[in-house]
Design a protein. Structure first.
Length: 482
């Protein structure tokens, strides 16, 4: 019998699990296909449930479905499967592509106008939920994403609190790993404080509340006033942030009123400079693809930002704050060799070519919260003895000179080679090795033995790190540098 949470498995004879996106503890997040409607969906599989826990989870999904606000990602289905006297639950939701707010903040703090508009939009969604008695209970920056169309989405309503750990798991950035009896009952007070923490995080790049560790804690001050942490923040915005963190707003509606009443002049964004070669694209994406909407009666631009189905963070997120930005790599005088992402293909000459071909672009999307993943392999780190390796082939469009490469990986322990040449390869050995590393760390820097000018670059993995009892690797970011 095929395992429940394995590539190709089908749930309810309808949802086919295609690509594992996140794994942490007893929770896996999959990109899947609804074979009835022919669309991509997100499926979160939660193992080791009791019947009482599943009943509670089903009730939570029902409460979330009563919230009439499109900024909340819709849960489409929920079910369970019993095997060997063990109950596993699964939740099906809309699939939403886009970088998380956490990934944006890790790159650079947001300007006060954008931070205010973002949290105002989140607060409006939370207020709509509170009006029908629904709560989130574990709201943090990984629950907010920026899809390509800029539409605001939040996730995890009612469900995230049931799946949060009793104690934060440092290996998974403290995100939800398993249902916990210690999670407690979510309240409007908790969600409103979390909105204040979101505002604090946007302005300072730090997270002031316990229970989630995807951003560093405040380095100075009392952890409530962002002006103690970062400059350029008005006293009015500082006061609202601190009041929310102190529990000064009984519900999100009050916070919406306060944010909407801020003086418009103090929230006007500075027009962005044109992006420089090698500069992270997110720096200007908010201004380019997230259109401002006038909030009724106040004229404050509200940028619609969103999230997917409670992404279970990968280890790559834990090291993302330390991964150098492209324009900073190599002491600030080197840059990535592309201004737009190169064409990438999954390179699997000894297999069937199905190593997550649809996710290859995630390895060069300038977002460490998304990743391309290999298949799961058993028995040994050498791809189960089935092949000598798999990789990603980058076509730069024309020959370019490269001196080094940065890789952001989901786990330490992979064997990796950088290969390059002037013609597309049929086998990995068609391209010479120009840099390599065994037992690579999660944030790996590989310096070429000498500068190499080539059009085709192969990031070739020869061994995989452990992933539970199996072997698998995720590649969150690749950057080739001059």
């Amino acid at each position: 019998m095929q395992p429940l949470a394995e590539t190709g498995a089908r749930l309810d004879e309808r949802y086919r699990l295609d690509h594992l996106r996140r794994r942490s503890g007893g929770v896996t997040l999959w990109r899947a296909t609804d074979e009835v409607l022919g669309r991509s969906v997100a499926v979160r599989v939660v193992t080791e449930r009791t019947k009482a826990q599943f009943k509670e989870l089903t009730a939570a999904v029902g409460r979330a479905g009563q919230v009439p606000d499109a900024r909340w990602v819709r849960v489409l289905d929920v079910g369970s499967t019993s095997r060997d006297r063990r109950l596993s639950a699964w939740i099906v939701s809309e699939w939403v592509e886009g970088p998380s707010l956490a990934a944006m903040i890790r790159r650079e703090t947001l300007r006060p106008p954008l931070a205010t508009a973002l949290v105002l939009s989140c607060a409006q969604a939370v207020a709509a939920a509170q009006r029908v008695g629904a709560q989130h209970g574990f709201l943090h920056p990984d629950e907010v994403l920026v899809p390509a169309d800029g539409s605001p989405r939040l996730t995890g309503l009612e469900v995230a609190n049931l799946l949060r750990p009793a104690k934060a798991d440092p290996g998974s950035d403290g995100a939800a790993t398993a249902a916990s009896d210690g999670a407690g009952t979510a309240t409007a007070y908790d969600d409103t404080r979390a909105l204040g923490a979101l505002l604090y995080a946007c302005l300072t790049g730090r997270w002031p509340l316990p229970g989630w560790h995807g951003l560093p804690s405040p380095s100075r001050g009392d952890g409530r006033h962002p002006r103690q942490q970062h400059g350029g923040i008005s006293r009015e915005l500082d006061a609202i942030t601190a009041r929310a963190l102190e529990g000064g707003y009984p519900d999100a509606t009050r916070l919406v009123r306060e944010l909407s009443a801020l003086p418009v002049d103090s929230l006007q964004p500075t027009p962005p400079e044109p992006p420089r070669e090698g500069e992270p694209r997110w720096r200007t994406v908010a201004w380019r693809v997230v259109p401002p909407l006038l909030v009724a009666g106040v004229g404050v631009g509200a940028w619609y930002l969103g999230s997917d189905l409670g992404r279970v963070p990968s280890p790559a997120r834990a090291v993302a704050p330390h991964f150098p930005q492209p324009h900073q790599r190599g002491g600030g005088h080197r840059q990535v060799v592309w201004s737009k992402p190169p064409h990438v293909t999954s390179f699997d000459p000894q297999g069937d070519g199905t190593e997550d071909p649809g996710g290859v672009g995630l390895a060069v999307d300038d977002d460490p919260s998304t990743e391309w993943t290999t298949d799961l392999y058993r028995n040994n780190a050498q791809f189960g003895g089935l092949k000598s390796g798999v990789g990603l082939l980058l076509d730069l469009g024309r020959p370019k000179t490269v001196r080094s490469a940065d890789l952001l990986l989901s786990a330490a322990g992979a064997g990796v080679q950088i290969r390059a040449g002037s013609s597309p390869p049929q086998q990995a050995t068609d391209l010479p090795v120009v840099a390599q590393r065994t037992n690579a760390p999660t944030s790996a820097h590989l310096t070429l033995s000498h500068p190499m000018r080539a059009r085709y670059w192969l990031v070739w993995f020869t061994t995989l790190p452990k992933a539970g009892s199996d072997y698998q690797l995720g590649v969150a970011e690749i950057a080739l540098q001059h």
